[in-house]
Design a protein around this ligand. Structure first.
Ligand code: PRX
Length: 631
């Protein structure tokens, strides 16, 4: 029987049991899936060694659990409702049976192009059902998918393709997001100039614009699937075989390819989806994320499908054609579960309330947030105006690395508290540690958030760089997984995430490394050195502030800033564009040359009173000069 926690008392019991008998807890959960062969060992490895394995020796294919298993029971149930960018465009629903057929067809296409178990396939697509079909078809044949958010630039796409040596790219001719057009195929062509590993490009038609065509390399999706069989025998995978790679930003260097594996990821996303959201048989669940991020992977594609839920795939944006778009969709499909990012809530609460009031939102039962801390004002607006005061809100804390939700209320089951992710899920033991690595016990405390024991959904490695995996997550606090987040535990033991303690920014729920942005800015001919920090932004959560030392003082400040923004857009993508910039004569550095970001953060936040001690700086006068430019 699947674990489905229904009362707070049951949560407490299950939590206690999971602590006392961790492996039994996960073994029981895993036992509810379809395995071609049961595992030999539930778990091995440790954070100390960074060699974590779950359900070793178990054989399965995740798509048999997401699709085949449902055919005899809920084959005619809707798996996905597709809502296009423009409300008047063609929309469609896809049943589990149709999705199974589409995935089988495309799996056959991939195999006919020579893609085999273990090969990497890059997916750079619009938010349409074909994106989901591509990912699942890869999983079915054992190829490792790497989905790249279709807002990244050619250079970022190329970097991700090169890092994992992808053999194939699946893309669209283009996409429309709001009133913008993104020429995905042109961007792909540019990226592929530097990606010799890619032999095949499959192009799915979406915008019908003119595109370049490379004979022998490029093929149309619709022509390929026409004659493909709808039958496909799923390839048998080991529980620890890779399922996908997803790149995410870290505090240093290039993006890290987080590697998730088949068995553990399946068990973890399915368990968390079921217990956090409490989706019932006829509910309509909508996660507004893009499948290019982990939220889309775990809670649009995998978690809901393992549980046989009906989900929405939304191609659009919260404000197109107007700021009532989300609420119009909720009304149209009688959405029961709505899961979005605080940045979207903050943007929409600034709009006239008539955009909300126009629609009937009474179908809503559960609201969720993800990706960044939610401020109390936004929480209350969401609760009162969207949930009409009677929908529980699950504030779900987790990361690309964790695979699934780690700390969150269970909807309507465990208590909630505005601004707090609240309690860990059974199976998860958070720990707060101080700077010196000492465990902080008791309640009413604050520290760096770590996790005590491995769980099935944890990333197993950084693709091609296991040392970096060990350095980043396992070494900072020996014996623990380090999250990179700061956290408070209140007097009742509820957790509140306070934000990153490393040089990672969270801009509109998107994770960006300061080093990545700095590297892009430094490509400007006139920039000698730059330092990027975050500052409080009332919609984005954090805005990007870039301090730059220039070779020559720019003649025209506006032109220079535009050049820098364009450059960052070209190198990374529009999400990484600095919001504010300042040309400075120098940066506050310690005698050993380390930039004192704390000082820049205070200046960026206009908190000039609290800059703190500058006496250890190489040149304290620099701070006064920067302060005067800010003022
Ligand atoms: O800082 C935390 C923040 O987002 C980071 C993870 O980012 P990413 O890997 O892109 O995954 C985002 C979607 C899961 C975390 O280290 N974060 C995520 N959820 C929350 C959050 N901060 C506060 N509250 C949350 N609910």
């Amino acid at each position: 029987m699947w674990l489905n926690i229904k009362t707070y008392d049951q949560y407490k019991d299950v939590y206690r049991e999971s602590r006392e008998n961790r492996l039994d807890f996960w073994e029981h959960e895993a036992g509810t899936y379809y395995w071609r062969k049961r595992w030999d060992k539930v778990h091995s490895g440790s954070f100390k060694k960074g060699d974590i394995k779950w359900f070793e020796g178990g054989k399965l294919n995740v798509t048999e659990n997401a699709l085949d298993r449902h055919l005899n029971t809920i084959g005619s149930k809707t798996a996905f409702i597709f809502e296009p960018n423009h409300p008047d465009s063609f929309r469609r629903t896809i049943t589990y049976r149709q999705l199974h057929e589409d995935v089988c067809r495309f799996a056959n296409v991939l195999e006919s192009k020579g893609i085999q178990k273990g090969d990497r396939v890059c997916i750079y697509m619009a938010m349409t059902p074909e994106l989901v079909i591509s990912a699942l078809a890869c999983a079915r044949i054992g190829a490792v998918h790497s989905i790249v958010f279709a807002g990244f630039s050619a250079q970022s796409l190329a970097e991700r393709i090169q890092d994992c040596d992808a053999k194939m790219l699946i893309t669209n001719d283009g996409l429309r997001r709001g009133d913008k057009h993104v020429p995905l195929k042109d961007i792909s062509d540019e990226a592929l100039q530097n990606c010799p590993s890619v032999d095949h490009v499959i192009v799915c038609q979406r915008t019908n614009r003119d595109i370049e065509w490379v004979e022998g390399r490029d093929e149309w999706w619709h022509l390929l699937i026409r004659n493909a069989s709808k039958h496909h025998e799923a390839v048998e995978m080991d529980a620890e075989d890779p399922l996908f790679i997803l790149y995410t930003s870290g505090s240093t260097g290039k993006p890290k390819g987080q590697m998730h594996t088949c068995g553990g990821y399946m068990v973890y996303t399915s368990y968390t989806f079921r217990n956090v959201f409490q989706v019932a048989e006829n509910d309509i669940y909508w996660c507004t994320a893009d499948a290019g991020w982990i939220t889309g992977h775990s809670y649009i594609i995998y978690g809901p499908l393992f549980n046989g839920a009906t989900g929405i795939i939304f191609e659009g944006t919260p404000t197109y054609p107007d700021p009532g778009r989300f609420w119009e969709v909720v009304d149209k499909y009688k959405v029961t579960h709505f899961y979005t990012a605080p940045t979207a809530i903050r943007a929409l609460m600034k709009e006239d309330l008539s955009y909300v009031k126009k629609y009937d939102l009474s179908s809503l039962k559960v609201l969720g947030t993800v990706g960044e801390p939610i401020n109390e004002e936004a929480w209350h607006w969401y609760h009162d105006q969207i949930g009409n005061g009677n929908c529980p809100i699950v504030d779900t804390w987790w990361q690309t690395e964790t695979g699934g939700i780690m700390i969150s209320a269970l909807a309507g089951v465990t208590p909630e508290k505005p601004g707090f992710a609240t309690l860990p899920l059974p199976g998860i033991e958070p720990a707060l540690l101080d700077e010196n690595g000492k465990l902080i016990e008791g309640n009413g405390v604050e520290g760096n958030l770590c996790i005590k024991h491995p769980w099935p959904g944890i990333t197993r490695s950084i693709w091609g760089d296991h040392d970096r995996y060990l350095e980043t997550y396992m070494k900072p606090y020996k014996g623990y997984y380090f999250t990179g987040d700061g956290c408070k535990r209140d007097e009742n033991g509820f957790y509140r995430i306070t934000g990153r303690v490393d040089d990672v920014l969270n801009v509109s729920g998107h994770r960006l490394g300061t080093a990545e942005i700095e590297n892009a800015i430094d490509e400007h001919d006139n920039v000698v050195e730059s330092a990027v920090v975050g500052y409080p932004h009332d919609v984005k959560g954090q805005g990007i502030y870039a301090f730059m030392i220039c070779e020559d003082e720019p003649n025209n400040g506006e032109t220079f800033e535009k050049e820098v923004r364009d450059l960052v857009t070209k190198i990374i993508g529009p999400i990484a564009k600095p919001d504010k910039m300042m040309v400075v004569p120098g940066l506050p550095k310690t005698r050993s040359g380390k930039i004192m970001r704390r000082i820049l953060r205070s200046i960026a936040a206009n908190d000039l009173e609290n800059i703190g001690d500058t006496s250890t700086l190489l040149d304290p006068a620099v701070v006064e000069e920067i302060k005067s430019r800010q003022a």
